[in-house]
Design a protein around this ligand. Structure first.
Ligand code: NAP
Length: 295
């Protein structure tokens, strides 16, 4: 790949997503000449040094962003306001401030007002992940063939938006722009609600009386097993996603609850056609995902 897009990229938060970006930079080139890592704890930065996936580690976010021409927030979205406050006075004029957060309206609400004059703010969300977290969990192919959604506020510098889009294309992603509230509604149904259901169903199983609970774990069928994989995700990251996409998540949960009640009614009254129709719709969605190569 040609010249790197940025001279110095500061990654604030160095877990699954931050360390995956750093690995792409290291293994494929073309992203940044220098990568600076920042995390909340020294323990994480010590691990980053051992892994050798950043050029420099800085525990102080203000120092991490000094001289950077791209700063990417890769911490849980609940930490963004405090991080933005800490770095704002240290951002270099002309620098691009972007992020990878799973919610977008909250990021614009929390970070937008703190962005200094002359800094380009381009919120983004790579829709790619696993249930693992921390710097060991990242890998350089995470973003391949996955979407990255950009939600630039109106009036954002077009060249800065294009640079962020090119950054994600070089990470292997397909890029699209979206209105932030639309992003949050779409992600509420495709990602946030499924996680809420997975955490809940595991809690329901865990609440069962002694012997039944034991047997749930012993004979876990594939359905329950798949939920436990999603439910193994990072608690802080997901707590922050739920609290920062409250409206859209509650709306989708209300719709889901209505549909679940309709299914319950069909089961109670033996409405075989209704049940079969819903199952067929599920199969159709799965087939569409496979055709779109997003399964
Ligand atoms: P992660 O693996 O848990 O890593 C989080 C990183 O943020 C760690 O380096 C952590 O530092 C740092 N951090 C935590 N709290 C902080 C605070 N209060 N201030 C500063 N730094 C803090 O998380 P991740 O999965 O990479 O997620 C990062 C972001 O990507 C989140 O905004 C999430 O919504 C978004 N995202 C996640 C996925 C996914 O599937 N995981 C997919 C797309 C987007 P320490 O290690 O020192 O605690």
């Amino acid at each position: 790949m040609g010249e790197p897009l940025f001279r110095r990229l500061a990654l604030l938060g160095f877990g699954l997503i931050g360390s995956s970006v750093a690995r792409v930079a290291r293994e494929r080139g073309g992203l940044a000449a220098e990568v600076v890592a920042n995390a909340r704890t020294e323990a994480t930065l010590e691990r980053v040094r051992e892994l050798g996936i950043a050029d420099r580690c800085e525990i102080d976010p203000a120092r991490a962003v000094e001289g950077a021409d791209c700063v990417m927030l890769c911490a849980p979205v609940g930490a963004y306001a405090a991080l933005a406050q800490a770095i704002a006075p240290h951002l270099r004029p002309g620098c691009i401030l972007t992020d990878v957060g799973s919610t977008k309206q909250s990021v614009i609400r929390d970070v937008g007002p703190l962005v200094p004059e002359g800094v380009h703010f381009v919120p983004a969300h790579p829709v790619a992940g696993t249930e693992y977290s921390g710097p060991d969990a990242g890998f350089s192919t995470l973003f391949d063939g996955r979407w990255c959604l950009l939600t630039p506020p109106p009036g954002t510098d077009a060249a800065a938006v294009e640079k962020v889009a090119e950054f994600w294309r070089r990470c292997g992603s397909m890029v699209s722009s979206m209105e932030p509230s639309h992003h949050d509604r779409v992600l509420a149904i495709v990602s946030h609600l499924p996680h809420l259901i997975a955490f809940t169903i595991c809690g329901t199983a865990d609440d069962l009386e002694g012997e039944s609970r034991q047997q749930v774990l012993q004979f876990a069928a594939s359905g329950f097993r798949d939920f436990t994989r999603i439910a193994a995700s990072d608690p802080v990251m997901w707590r922050d996603v739920f609290l920062n996409n409250r409206e859209a998540l509650l709306e989708m949960l209300a719709r889901f609850t209505e549909d679940a009640q309709a299914m319950a009614r069909a089961v109670r009254w033996g409405d075989a056609d209704y049940i079969e129709d819903r199952i067929l719709r599920g199969r159709k969605i799965r087939r569409s995902l496979i055709e779109l190569k997003q399964a």
